[in-house]
Write a protein that binds this ligand. Structure first.
Ligand code: ZN
Length: 184
């Protein structure tokens, strides 16, 4: 009798080493059914769900499920990649290395957009405050006696510490030193 918890299957196809294990959740939730996680050359796990119940699952079921996972050529580098038609994966037909590159490029692009949006918002806010005669912007954390801390932005015509502390007290903050001042 195979100990399914310890079962680990491996298959080599060209330069690809595939390995598979049963997902831990299958043992935790009896009605989950058989599910395997498959990794390609040690990275990026994809998941395949079978229609087999865990109470009747055998090593042969795991093998059959694993065998049904196919590889294709990576859309970028022609290296081995999961065939998305045979396994649920978010790799879009790319190999783990190319997928990594695409994800980090997308992440950087997104961060750039966020930074740009913030920069535009800040300069618009500064211009607006300057137009109303303010000279400084204060970004502060309010620490109320009870409840959560809260961030505020306001504009002043002074950078005098005691004036800013007065405003923070008016806001109901018990701490009046948690702020930064920027000249507009
Ligand atoms: Zn690739």
């Amino acid at each position: 009798m195979t100990d399914l918890r310890r079962l680990k299957l491996t298959r080599i196809e060209g330069t690809a080493t595939l390995s598979c294990e049963i997902s831990p959740c299958c043992f935790m939730y009896p009605n989950y059914g058989l599910q395997i996680g498959v990794s390609l050359n040690g990275s990026r796990e994809a998941i395949k769900h079978g229609k087999v119940s865990m109470t009747s699952a055998t090593g042969a079921d795991v093998q059959a499920l694993f065998d049904s996972v196919k590889l294709i050529e990576c859309g970028e580098c022609k290296g081995p990649a999961f065939d998305p038609a045979t396994i649920s994966t978010n790799a879009r037909g790319l190999c783990p290395a190319c997928m990594e590159k695409v994800s980090s490029a997308e992440f950087e692009e997104e961060m750039k957009l966020i930074e740009e949006r913030e920069r535009v918002a800040t300069s618009r806010r500064h211009a607006h405050a300057r137009a109303r005669g303010f000279t400084h912007e204060v970004i502060a954390w309010l620490h109320p006696e009870s409840g959560d801390d809260e961030a505020v932005i306001f504009h002043t015509k002074t950078d005098a510490k005691d004036e800013i502390e007065k405003i923070l007290r008016k806001y109901g903050s018990v701490v009046t030193s948690d702020f930064t001042v920027t000249k507009l």
